[in-house]
Design a protein around this ligand. Structure first.
Ligand SMILES: C[S@@+](CC[C@H](N)C(=O)[O-])C[C@H]1O[C@@H](n2cnc3c(N)ncnc32)[C@H](O)[C@@H]1O
Length: 357
């Protein structure tokens, strides 16, 4: 295929055309499909040449446009394939995601489960505070799981498993320290547009989302994203050594290239450590109780600020150890020295004044 209509980068292929026709792909050739379609919410998806996707279609037109693409997805999907469909609701179009899920069922996809992707939780993950006084911000989206054949597909929950909190369960339910992560996934949203960050796309999902989906399915060889956008899905394919295909009708080619290559730097995040939080705090407390560990001397007001924050954190965690006590001493000592310095300066100023008069 001509490079103007296709990009091939390290086993990842992007077709710059509408996914209404995916004739480049053979019937029953794809293991996993992951996508986030245009939400039809007036977003501006533009190509390098300035063409713009119509993101304000009449609802019926929008849903039948999607069904047409889900039918093409169904054609290229293997019998064992799994289709992860990501879509979120907004205050103005509550219930839209359910209609989108039905548009996939119309294309013969069987619905299996709804995973909730949490984009921000307890301050972790970006969102633009736009709720005002009429609603709360929406911090999660759907990730619907569809399959082509209910008898042919398989997932391996432990491949994205999380450790047991209660270690006595190892051996009782499995031999390893891994359990099913459940159907709520915290993958913090990273800010990609705005005054300081410009990646040239309205709505990329984090690479961690397709990464988790691909890992969940055993023996994946081929992945498809029919609404590629920046091609975050292909970045995840790159990390996992899987062949990826995407379609994007309004491509920003340099944005796509750099996004795919971001896969090289991707690191599994530490959100899975949450089940270990209590244990980690306990271990930390034990470590910091070793009296040979001392906090360093405070040398500036900025450092004083940091240590005061750290002290508050340790207080909030109800920790009491020798490290914390040494920080408190350092803080008191530095504050005293600041006070002393101020008194000496005042004295010096007063002596100068007395001398003048
Ligand atoms: C929500 S975005 C996908 C974002 C993507 N998940 C990412 O991480 O960057 C939907 C994309 O579908 C593209 N699109 C719209 N109509 C299309 C069509 N008929 N065929 C292929 N892509 C299309 C839009 O230009 C937009 O980039």
């Amino acid at each position: 295929m001509n490079e103007n209509i296709c990009l091939i980068l390290k086993d990842q292929t992007v077709f710059f055309k509408s996914s209404e026709d995916m004739s480049e792909l053979e019937d029953e050739s794809i293991d996993v499909i992951i996508t986030s379609p245009p939400y039809n919410r007036g977003k501006t998806y533009t190509s390098d040449t300035g063409e713009i996707h119509d993101d304000k279609m009449d609802e019926d037109e929008y849903l039948s446009f999607l069904t047409k693409i889900w039918e093409e997805c169904y054609r290229v999907a293997k019998k064992s394939s799994i289709f992860f469909l990501n879509i979120g609701d907004s205050a103005l179009d509550q219930g839209k995601s359910e209609k989108v899920a039905i548009s996939a069922e119309k294309a013969s996809w069987k619905r299996i489960q709804d995973v909730i992707w949490v984009k921000s939780f307890l301050g972790k993950g970006h969102y633009t505070p736009s709720g005002g006084t009429r609603r709360l911000n929406n911090l999660w989206e759907h990730l619907y799981l569809f399959v082509k054949d209910k008898n042919e597909y398989k997932i391996e929950p432990k491949s994205i498993g999380i450790p047991y909190t209660d270690k006595s369960n190892i051996g009782r339910y499995s031999d390893t320290d891994l359990r099913d992560p459940g159907n709520v996934w915290l993958i913090p949203y990273i800010k990609t547009t705005g005054a300081t960050v410009k990646k040239g796309h309205e709505a990329p999902f984090p690479i961690g989302l397709p990464y988790k989906c691909i890992k969940l399915v055993p023996n994946v060889k081929t992945v498809l994203d029919p609404f590629g956008g920046t091609c975050s899905t292909l970045a995840a394919c790159l990390i996992l050594g899987v062949k990826g295909y995407a379609y994007e009708k309004y491509p920003r080619v340099e944005v796509i290239k750099s996004r795919i290559l971001e896969g090289k730097e991707f690191q599994e995040n530490e959100e899975n450590l949450i089940p270990h939080l209590e244990l980690s705090i306990k271990l930390l407390n034990n470590l910091l109780s070793d009296s040979s560990i001392q906090s360093p001397a405070i040398k500036s007001k900025a450092e004083l600020n940091y240590y005061q924050i750290l002290n508050n954190v340790l207080n909030n965690l109800n920790l009491d150890n020798s490290f914390k006590r040494s920080i408190q001493k350092r803080i008191e000592h530095f504050k005293k020295s600041l006070l002393l310095k101020r008194e000496q300066e005042n004295k010096y100023r007063q002596t100068k004044l007395d001398f003048k008069s």
